[in-house]
Design a protein around this ligand. Structure first.
Ligand SMILES: Cc1cc2nc3c(=O)[nH]c(=O)nc-3n(C[C@H](O)[C@H](O)[C@H](O)COP(=O)(O)O)c2cc1C
Length: 184
């Protein structure tokens, strides 16, 4: 059974789909020096109909990959402008790389990408001085630079900015979700 926060999040996504930016969320990681890093990413859907993992795609050469390897805990910040709702999801992460892990997710997500989105994984090393770095050889299949990351929430803070604000905290313990209303 889907947790209540996921039902609400799916409704928020659907009610805000007129705004292209409603598919973007902020992803915060922790760098090796213990300081935070945050960046925008595109939500690529949930891992499956039975799963609550949120999927994104990224380049394996990007900074966030090494950050996630040393600290797999992240926070996602997501604001829906039309319905004026904020979700803050604390998650564990799982990186689906080329060489290991289930290939289904990678293949499926890759097959849904536009040509332009695929092309970026054949560019030179992201984050290096312009023009330097290596570019992987062109291929039809997902290159090793292509990673899918799944974020599995364990704590969800949902704030609705209506006349009377509503704040709901959801927590999972021993596989069971519970919810509590908080003062906003
Ligand atoms: C609207 C928008 C959407 C983005 N979507 C993604 C994405 O889905 N995956 C990704 O890796 N980077 C995405 N980026 C780029 C990241 O914000 C970031 O610049 C890049 O991933 C490098 O981050 P890092 O060096 O911290 O790993 C997006 C940027 C913007 C502005």
């Amino acid at each position: 059974m889907k947790p209540a926060w996921q039902e609400r999040l799916e409704k928020s996504i659907s009610k805000n789909k007129r705004d292209a930016h409603s598919r973007y969320f902020q992803l915060a990681t922790v760098a090796d020096d213990g300081t935070p890093r945050v960046r925008m990413v595109v939500f690529r859907g949930f891992a499956g109909s039975e799963e609550s993992s949120l999927l994104i795609i990224t380049d394996t050469r990007s900074q966030k990959i090494s950050e996630l390897k040393s600290c797999p805990r992240v926070e996602i910040g997501w604001y829906f402008t039309h319905t004026r709702e904020q979700y803050r999801l604390r998650c564990n992460s799982e990186i689906f790389l080329g060489s290991k892990g289930p290939q289904e997710q990678r293949g499926l997500v890759w097959s849904r990408l536009s040509e332009a989105a695929r092309a970026q994984f054949f560019w030179k090393t992201p984050g290096e001085a312009e023009g330097s770095g290596d570019a992987p050889p062109l291929a039809e299949t997902p290159p090793d630079t292509f990673a899918v990351i799944g974020f599995q929430p364990f704590s969800v803070d949902h704030l609705i900015l209506s006349k009377q604000q509503i704040r709901t905290k959801s927590l999972i313990k021993a596989g069971v979700w519970s919810e509590q209303r908080l003062n906003p």
